[in-house]
Design a protein around this ligand. Structure first.
Ligand SMILES: C[S@@+](CC[C@H](N)C(=O)[O-])C[C@H]1O[C@@H](n2cnc3c(N)ncnc32)[C@H](O)[C@@H]1O
Length: 423
């Protein structure tokens, strides 16, 4: 049974801006003793701040999305920098790790992503139905009346399975249209089905293929089938949805939390989110090394009735282009985060550590109404220290999260006299 906040430090009220030194002490109390290093003007804190094993994440997080972070990351910041009822936001929410963890901890979940699938992944898990309701709804679907309108998909599915997927897809497109507020049980079933469409085990609707967050084309799948000598077997779509539902809900119900706000659009412009309404942002932008979100998600988008070519995800291949995107995002975050609130901006290692993205983020925040506190490097046990600096960083298996931590100051805040502004 999940118990929000148990065995964790008292949450910190974000009301008053906190001195840098206090935050350093609180963060370093977590895990082993922390190393502080100053590289140029950037203070780095290096520690095993959280590990995947030390506190198991709630089962409801177990949906697959490319480049998602572990729930322990947002949990670390949410428990330390907010209290129950505060708003926690992720402008690049992906599968919704931050808003889901915020809800589990009784905070107000706010999320945005340019990919319309993100709302479909996140919304149902914020208000999950009971397993019995899901079972009842699945019994109403006329599984054998499904049609095959995409014969190419027979590379992944048997004829019978594809008919069943067709029946479910039709039911959802008619009953739970993408615009408006869908029935929560249908919304849940769609989320689970999207996550079972294709994968590498019998728990998925498809024959063996790549992991579920990297759908290959039908043509590539035919080649995989030939190479492996495999034919798509019949799968029980209804039973697999029920099984995954039970597994997602196995750690108990969602905590009660304030109403959520989820939007689809660019992180750089989020008019639906009120100015000064957010206490904490925990986020991870798309990285320089390109993940093809639209291509990876074509099968999921087909199922949901999303035109994948309409999703305008800009790719930033150069450091300068990427830094502009980050700057524009931070400018918008300066509007939505209230004075005293924090931003934890996670970047991964790219290009074998030759590009240190955290430094680009740090520089992108220059001149914005944020105090740049430090960069945290969550160093897993097997990570060599040298890897933190991008030195001799070709070793495989390196896995560090680098998080730029910012605090909104009072500059540019309506109603704050200029002389009170700090810089
Ligand atoms: C690294 S992933 C975030 C994963 C997320 N932390 C999670 O745990 O699932 C980056 C996300 O940014 C989204 N994205 C890319 N460009 C965007 C933009 N300009 N505005 C909003 N979202 C964007 C992608 O669709 C992707 O979901």
């Amino acid at each position: 049974m999940f118990e929000p906040d148990s065995a964790l430090p008292e949450p910190i009220s974000p009301e008053a801006p906190r001195p840098f030194v206090d935050l350093v002490q609180e963060f370093s109390q977590f895990g082993q003793s922390s190393t502080q290093v100053s590289e140029g003007e950037i203070p780095y804190l290096i520690n095993e701040f959280w590990t995947a094993g030390q506190r198991q994440a709630h089962s409801i997080h177990e949906v697959s999305y490319r480049a998602c972070f572990k729930p322990q990351l947002p949990e670390f910041f949410i428990t330390r920098l907010t209290k129950a009822g505060d708003a926690v936001y992720d402008p690049f929410m992906g599968r919704g790790t931050t808003p889901v963890q915020a809800a589990l901890l009784g905070r107000r979940p706010i999320g945005n992503d340019i990919n319309p699938l993100s709302v479909l992944f996140t919304r149902p898990r914020l208000e999950p139905p009971a397993v019995t309701e899901v079972a009842r709804r699945l019994d109403q679907i006329k599984w054998d009346e499904g049609e095959i309108d995409q014969p190419d998909l027979l590379a992944f599915y048997s004829t019978r399975t594809l008919r069943h997927i067709g029946a479910l897809r039709k039911w959802l497109i008619e009953r739970a249209p993408l615009t408006g507020t869908p029935d929560p049980v249908d919304d849940w079933i769609r989320m689970v089905a999207i996550n079972r469409l294709s994968g590498h085990s019998p728990g998925f609707f498809s024959v063996y293929t790549l992991p579920p967050n990297q759908a290959v084309s039908a043509q590539s799948q035919r080649r995989i089938n030939e190479r492996r000598g495999q034919t798509p077997p019949d799968r029980d779509v209804k039973a697999l949805i029920l099984k995954k539902t039970a597994s997602l809900l196995s750690d108990g119900p969602m905590a009660s939390h304030p109403p959520s706000l989820l939007t689809t659009g660019t992180a750089q412009s989020t008019p639906a989110i009120a100015s000064g309404s957010v206490q904490l942002v925990v986020t991870s932008p798309p990285f320089l090394d390109i993940v093809q979100y639209a291509e990876d998600n074509w099968l999921r988008s087909w199922f949901a009735g999303i035109d994948v070519t309409s999703v305008a995800i800009a790719h930033h291949r150069t450091e300068v282009g990427w830094q502009h995107m980050v700057r524009d995002t931070l400018t918008e975050l300066a509007r939505v985060v209230q004075p005293g609130g924090h931003v934890a901006f996670e970047v991964g290692e790219v290009r074998n550590g030759k590009v240190l993205l955290e430094r680009l983020v740090w520089d992108a925040a220059e001149g914005l109404p944020f105090d740049r506190l430090f960069v945290m490097v969550n160093q897993q046990e097997f990570t060599k220290t040298a890897n933190c600096w991008g030195v001799k960083n070709n070793a495989k298996g390196t896995n560090t999260n680098r998080i730029v931590v910012l605090q909104r100051n009072e500059r540019g805040t309506p109603g704050v006299p200029a002389q009170r502004e700090r810089r």
